[in-house]
Design a protein around this ligand. Structure first.
Ligand SMILES: C[S@@+](CC[C@H](N)C(=O)[O-])C[C@H]1O[C@@H](n2cnc3c(N)ncnc32)[C@H](O)[C@@H]1O
Ligand SMILES: *[C@@H]1O[C@H](CO)[C@@H](O)[C@H](O)[C@H]1NC(C)=O
Ligand SMILES: *[C@@H]1O[C@H](CO)[C@@H](O)[C@H](O)[C@H]1NC(C)=O
Length: 243
């Protein structure tokens, strides 16, 4: 434990220049470049997670209202990596705090013409004030809760916009089991990872937040993602909760 904290400290010191860069605003530039990087990263991620995503999003059908199309809101939609998994005829509201995703989203939207696009709202998951109460059947987050400011607040916002009985779908990388080397390296690498991953934290125990958010039912699995062994983002949680 002491050794781990020591290593973390060393990494913190090494990233001091990055912390300075953030202060002087260079980080804003990075926000523009990140969508391009993410476009490539999610392409690979989807290839690896294809089966898991297919299986997860098969359950979307359970939330389709009897009298119409399924309304989905995606928080932190990025480049639209999940669109291809949504059933035909869904209506999608996309939200992301980074406006630079719009071009990539649009490309992806044109490709996925089986969906109906509602709007792209530039907003954080903590503040979806443009979206009315109980207005969607499903909320989706994938690889987002690792970088939000406050998971608890995001979950309350998700619950607010969900209709009663609506589904909260998630696929997130999480903190590893404390007895593993992955756990050790996650903690050591965290300070550096934060800057490379656009504010992503690899040491979050996200499942606890979901379990404490007051959903009526939770369907949550811990899995080892089929990414290279000992990869820092191998431990995942996947599933859905019901409002
Ligand atoms: C790793 S990307 C994942 C994108 C996409 N969901 C996917 O699966 O490919 C993380 C996304 O979360 C967004 N994000 C960061 N902070 C956020 C917040 N507070 N609320 C909502 N989204 C946020 C980022 O802009 C980015 O698009
Ligand atoms: C949407 O973009 C993601 C990468 O950001 C990619 O994995 C996915 O295949 C794209 N979907 C389509 C249909 O272009
Ligand atoms: C929307 O929901 C929130 C929290 O659930 C509640 O405080 C607020 O009064 C509701 N607003 C409307 C217009 O019903």
């Amino acid at each position: 434990m002491l050794f781990m904290h020591l290593c973390t400290l060393v990494l913190k010191i090494l990233t001091l220049p990055l912390q300075l860069a953030e202060l002087v605003g260079l980080y804003k530039l990075y926000k523009r470049v990140f969508p391009f990087m993410l476009y490539r990263i999610t392409f690979n991620y989807n290839l690896k997670m294809n089966e898991h995503k297919r299986e997860l999003f098969r359950s979307l059908q359970k939330f389709r209202p009897s009298n119409g199309e399924l309304r989905i809101l995606e928080i932190g939609c990025g480049t639209g990596a999940n669109f291809e998994y949504y059933p035909a005829g869904c209506k999608i509201v996309c939200t992301d705090p980074n406006p630079h995703f719009k071009t990539y989203l649009q490309k992806n939207m044109t490709k996925n013409d089986h969906l109906v696009y509602d709007t792209f709202v530039v907003a954080t998951g903590e503040d979806l004030r443009g979206v009315p109460n109980e207005s969607v059947d499903v909320v989706v987050v994938t690889l987002v809760l690792c970088s939000v400011g406050d998971i608890g607040v995001v979950l309350q916002e998700a619950k607010r916009v969900l209709r009663p009985g609506g589904g909260f779908f998630f696929m997130e990388h999480v903190c590893a089991d404390p007895s593993t080397w992955t756990f050790f390296f996650q903690h050591v690498m965290q300070p550096l990872w934060y800057y490379c991953g656009d504010g992503c934290e690899i040491t979050r125990t996200t499942w606890e937040c979901i379990e404490n958010a007051g959903f009526s039912q939770i369907n949550l699995r811990h899995i080892q993602a089929p990414v290279p062994a000992h990869s820092l983002i191998q431990p995942h949680i996947v599933g859905y909760a019901i409002k």
